[in-house]
Design a protein around this ligand. Structure first.
Ligand code: GAL
Ligand code: GAL
Ligand code: MN
Length: 342
């Protein structure tokens, strides 16, 4: 008997046909409408949900797992990046953050004679600090009339908050924690995404931008990056809340620059302020004031990103083989002359 293959072939062809139609109309058409690319160049604004909006036609050096900075460590033992010159591609990283509508807040404090640093700080920040991004400077000062008239770039602005005069420089430097905690509690939450808290007796010399962003960011202090931890200038008296024993600690972080998301910086400054208050009630002041409390905080709350001392160098004329670019640097000053008391 000859077997009748006809029904089988018919069903087969029908199935293939349906499958093809279904595939074409559901998958391919969808795919096509979300990929408005011709010859690699995006013609229309593509759909955000597929993430296909990133970096159209952007040319940059190939990423490598074998070649990079070999003279420095670029990741902490808790896997946070350590940012050095040569560890990021500025064009690439800028283009990633350009697609997000982010605003960066910066706090600076200029009380007493520290207003003299404002002009250089602000003018150099306009040249190097988050250029092309929205920046809001929050300046706290006891002399609003001494704020220099600076021309700010588009989408960059200065907000001045008048604060009472303070006599002790130690109170000024520590008082920053409380003022930043208040600022990040309410006003800033809906206004900005990230915040950096910087010393004002400083100047920018090179790019300091989105490569520095992270939820909790510390800067490795320019004096101690090659020291054993028992020689770090942590607070060593157990009576202080900032106490760190000699066998503990990761890095020594600078008090002159730290940052992160508004929420994380709020937690940090609120905690440090509380710890400072506990110390004050016991008539103890940590050796390096807010910087000591910051170091204690970072020991128990590890930064998600650490910035190399390029991000706060000690002296523009000091050189080190590991520092390929000085981005931000303390200004030389006569402390005895500039501080209200010593
Ligand atoms: C500086 C800082 C100033 C002020 C001062 C207090 O390092 O830039 O904003 O806080 O410390 O001494
Ligand atoms: C100094 C710096 C101080 C403080 C100190 C810590 O170089 O000027 O502000 O950070 O290191 O030992
Ligand atoms: Mn300083």
């Amino acid at each position: 008997m000859r077997p009748n293959f006809f029904p089988l072939v018919f069903v087969g062809v029908l199935l293939i046909g349906l499958f093809y139609l279904g595939f074409n109309s559901i998958w391919l058409s969808d795919f096509r409408c979300n990929t408005p690319q011709t010859n690699g160049i995006t013609k229309e604004k593509p759909h955000k949900d597929l993430g296909l909006h990133s970096l159209p036609g952007l040319l940059y050096k190939q990423s490598s797992v074998l070649n990079g900075r070999a003279d420095v460590v670029c990741v902490t033992p808790w896997l946070a990046p350590i940012v050095w010159e040569g560890t990021f591609d500025p064009t690439l990283i800028d283009s990633i953050y350009k697609q997000q509508n982010i605003t960066i807040a910066t706090t600076i404090f200029a009380l007493g004679k520290y207003t003299r640093f404002l002009k250089d700080f602000l003018e150099s920040a306009e040249q190097h600090f988050f250029v092309g991004f929205q920046v809001h400077y929050y300046l706290f000062t006891d002399q609003p009339e001494a704020v220099p008239d600076i021309k700010f770039g588009e989408e960059r602005q200065l907000k001045v908050q008048t604060v009472p005069k303070m006599d002790r420089w130690q109170d000024i430097t520590m008082g920053r924690m409380e003022m930043i905690a208040k600022l990040t509690e309410s006003e800033l939450v809906n206004e900005v995404d990230y915040i950096f808290c910087l010393d004002v007796d400083t100047k920018f010399y090179a790019r300091w931008s989105v490569e520095a962003l992270g939820s909790l960011v510390g800067v490795i202090h320019p004096w101690f990056f090659n020291y054993p931890r028992d020689q770090f200038t942590y607070e060593r008296r157990p009576e202080s809340q900032a106490f760190i024993p000699p066998e503990e600690g990761d890095f020594y972080y600078a008090g002159g620059a730290f940052g992160g998301s508004i929420q994380e910086v709020h937690k940090l400054t609120k905690t440090c302020n509380e710890q400072q208050k506990i110390d004050a009630a016991k008539s103890i002041e940590a050796i390096w004031h807010d910087e000591s409390h910051l170091n204690k905080y970072f020991l128990y709350n590890k930064p998600t990103k650490a910035l190399s001392p390029e991000y706060l160098w000690r002296n523009i004329n000091a050189h080190s083989d590991t520092i390929k670019t000085i981005r931000f640097c303390s200004v030389e000053k006569d402390v005895a002359e500039v501080r209200p008391n010593l």
